[in-house]
Write a protein that binds this ligand. Structure first.
Ligand SMILES: Nc1ncnc2c1ncn2[C@@H]1O[C@H](COP(=O)(O)OP(=O)(O)OP(=O)(O)O)[C@@H](O)[C@H]1O
Ligand SMILES: [Mg+2]
Ligand SMILES: [Zn+2]
Length: 506
């Protein structure tokens, strides 16, 4: 035989696409030609695959070898085609009968020594194979548990090229995915650790119930970081579709925890304020890597010390926040990753990070406004809840009888409130109050009576609330009412919503 064909899968963004790997081995000067829009990683694959074949004790055909990846128009990245290329070359040279790999998708990177190395993104690759009607896949052993998350597929694994070659020749078995019980759901740190700080706890609960973005301003040590990290603990589990989306993104980033469980809990990402733009929104060479905004998809993106982020980083966050996806410009076209996040910002009132009113802080009101003003355009404009936290008093901290509600109790209230909002807006296509446009809440169908709006009208008239802030107060008032089990916000709900806006930075 001088021609052989094998199936593999390529990734573009989060989507897998079936790829056919063809090899033709002809007489002529020893030469390897790779075609089908390969990127640099594929060019390297040429020497790599040769070394792996030779070091697996196989014969490398010293002839004219043409390897082609189809469809040609599909941008191809990464080293996940290595294993399929090696098998196709051996088969093309007549060294390997491919009957055993008919209708099987083969994924894996080769080490120079012939070992099969794990690749990023196996979950979405295998999902694409399943959706295309493929029933059997061969993957690197280290990716087998992840591949096995897709139902209806037979997953076999290999740790070396030699093992796969032996199997194809009928000489030995492939490996099975490890059979581990799924680990317990990790809900992360619990709200019961937070002493006092009623306003902060309430802000986090309301944010969770309405999917509102949240900003917490306050002096060092007030518990901003503590509260932010506990928001995921009161969010509901991800449904099947969301869990698959989230796990796929973590798979592409190579960030799945060992054992590769399906990620069932909303993720939390807290990139440091010095993080690079690619670390925040994604990028990198070869197969694009999702950044923190995409790893936080359907979960929480926590930007601590947010005013310290570079202007470029703040600007890069704008598009994902507006559209719920990140678009990355790549050499071979544009790639996009989902990025529907709940944003939590924390900030000190000024750059010196000393308690406001403290004698040690000498920052002028102007300097303080400027510091927080860095956030106002791109980010804060979309943040419904902006609270100011006061430092914890010694009395509260030392109160031995103080017991804080655990996350499980708060999570139940949140789930009920979310269900009420989802039911109300279902016909409109919105899932949470945060998604409802201000104009809708001001329109006759949903407008609140004058007496209910007393407190917020006063603030508006005195110029203490912006027009945008007004819409955000309305939205949050609906969430507070959902938490209370009311069908419409009352005056108290609106009043509390204005309190959750006290940190508004304009
Ligand atoms: N409400 C609280 N209940 C219990 N511990 C608290 C509380 N607030 C602060 N602490 C303690 O103080 C530490 C600092 O809290 P945290 O990092 O959340 O403050 P912060 O507001 O983020 O401060 P900074 O502005 O310095 O980042 C926590 O690790 C915790 O030990
Ligand atoms: Mg902090
Ligand atoms: Zn200061």
């Amino acid at each position: 035989m001088s021609y052989a064909k094998l199936r593999s899968v390529g990734l573009v963004g989060v989507r897998g696409h079936l790829v056919e790997v063809e090899a033709d081995v002809a007489n002529g000067l020893p030469l390897v030609i790779l075609s089908g829009l390969p990127d640099t990683a594929l060019h390297e694959a040429r020497d790599w695959v040769r070394a792996a074949i030779v070091n697996s004790g196989q014969h490398w055909p010293n002839r004219r070898i043409t390897v082609n990846l189809l469809p040609a128009a599909l941008p191809k990245s990464g080293s996940g085609f290595d294993l399929a290329v090696a098998c196709a070359v051996l088969a093309g040279a007549g060294e390997l009968p491919l009957a055993a790999l008919q209708d099987v998708v083969v994924i894996g990177e080769l080490g120079l020594d012939g070992s099969v190395q794990p690749v990023r993104g196996v979950l979405p690759m295998v999902l694409a194979a399943a959706q295309a009607g493929i029933r059997r896949v061969v993957v690197p052993l280290a990716n087998a548990a992840e591949a096995a998350l897709i139902p209806g597929l037979t997953v076999r694994a290999t740790d070396t090229l030699h093992r796969l070659v032996s199997f194809v020749r009928g000489g030995g078995p492939l490996l099975d995915p490890p059979d581990e019980p799924p680990p317990e759901l990790d809900r992360g740190p619990d709200l019961c650790d937070v002493v006092g700080q009623e306003a902060g706890r309430r802000a986090v609960e309301v944010a969770a119930a309405g999917s509102h973005h949240l900003a917490m301003l306050g002096p060092p040590g007030a518990g901003k970081t503590m509260l932010a990290r506990r928001l995921p603990s009161i969010l509901p589990d991800l449904d099947d579709a969301a869990a698959l989306e989230v796990t796929a993104l973590h798979s592409i980033a190579g960030a799945l925890p060992p054992g590769a469980p399906l990620l069932r809990r909303p993720p939390l990402q807290s990139p440091h304020h010095t993080a690079s733009v690619p670390a925040l929104v994604g990028g990198g060479s070869g197969l694009a890597r999702p950044g923190a905004v995409s790893l936080a998809h359907r979960g929480v993106l926590f930007l601590d010390e947010a005013p310290e982020l570079s202007p470029r980083a703040l600007e890069a966050m704008r598009q994902p926040l507006e559209e719920g996806t990140v678009n990355l410009r790549r050499t071979n076209g544009e790639t996009s990753f989902p990025a529907r996040i709940q944003l939590v910002l924390a900030a000190n009132p000024c750059a010196c990070a000393k308690p406001a009113g403290d004698l040690a802080c000498e920052c002028s009101p102007l300097a303080r406004r400027r510091y927080l003003g860095r956030l106002s355009g791109p980010l804060l404009d979309r943040v419904d809840i902006q609270v100011r936290l006061e430092p914890l008093t010694a009395a509260t901290l030392l109160d031995e009888h103080a017991a804080s509600e655990p996350s499980s109790v708060v999570a139940d209230r949140v789930a009920t409130a979310r269900a009420a909002a989802a039911a109300r807006w279902a016909g409109h296509g919105w899932r949470s109050n945060a998604e409802v446009p201000g104009a809708v809440l001001r329109a006759p169908a949903w407008r609140l009576p004058r007496r209910t709006l007393g407190s917020v009208r006063q603030l508006l008239e005195r110029g203490q609330l912006s027009a945008r802030g007004y819409d955000r107060v309305l939205r949050v008032a609906w969430t507070i009412s959902d938490l209370a089990g009311r069908s419409r916000p009352n005056e108290g709900d609106v009043c509390e919503a204005t309190e959750l806006r006290r940190g508004e930075v304009r």
